[in-house]
Design a protein around this ligand. Structure first.
Ligand code: ITT
Length: 198
């Protein structure tokens, strides 16, 4: 079965490709020669996932899905949440000289410097547009924000997120372990269950 993943993030493509395995032929935007930036200008993960999936469904004419993910820190009222990708660039830009993921992590650790309560979660919403109809799937992984970045694997906030029940951050884990337990894996499991019935 062929399906398009509407993302510009190569790490996500790799993670979801590994999760879907051989059952599906996963096409990225490069395979379709689509190089436009996908819009995501809403204030919720659900709306952004939906916007991305419909945009590529209409551009490609193929069944496709998109994921929108946010890191929610409880002591920060759920921030950065839907603004996770542009956290360090919101308002007065912080660390403009750094590459985005490093700047986001620096800002987060600074905001949390005096905060003892470090509970957080990653939330992924996947929107699938299948034959012109939309379906959504959600996955949540709880954990804590560390005081220092640790590890070089993964991407985004992985170096400062330690999932519940583990001593390692996501960036210290092999991709295969992250893929067994992550927010994205949980959402993809539901996506696969759905696709298997098609
Ligand atoms: P697309 O919209 O093209 O899919 P993106 O990188 O913009 O790619 P999101 O809007 O979903 O993806 O991501 C929001 C932010 O959360 C972004 O900074 C990511 O680096 C980060 N993020 C997403 N999934 C993550 C994960 O599994 N581990 C760590 N950080 C993650």
């Amino acid at each position: 079965m062929e399906i398009v993943f509407a993302t510009n993030n190569r790490h996500k493509l790799e993670e979801i490709g590994a999760l879907l395995g051989k059952r599906f032929r996963l096409l990225g935007l490069q395979d379709l020669d689509i190089s436009t930036e996908i819009p995501e200008d809403h204030n919720t993960l659900k709306e952004n996932a939906s916007q991305k999936a419909w945009f590529i469904y209409q551009a490609s004419g193929r069944n496709c899905f998109a994921d929108d993910t946010g890191l929610e820190v409880h002591a920060l009222g759920g921030a950065p949440g839907v603004f996770s990708a542009r956290y360090a660039r919101i308002g007065h830009p912080t660390f403009p000289e750094m590459e985005p993921a490093a700047g986001n992590i620096r800002k987060l650790l600074l905001e949390m410097e005096k905060i003892e309560q470090r509970a957080a979660c990653f939330r992924t919403v996947i929107s699938l547009v299948w034959n012109g109809k939309e379906h959504q799937f959600e996955g949540v992984m709880s954990g804590t924000i560390t005081r220092e970045p640790s590890g070089t694997k993964g991407f985004g906030y992985d170096p400062v997120f330690r999932p519940e029940g583990y001593e390692l951050t996501f960036a210290e884990m092999d991709l295969s372990l992250k893929n067994q337990i992550s927010h994205r894996a949980l959402a993809v499991e539901k996506l696969i269950d759905f696709l298997m019935q098609m």
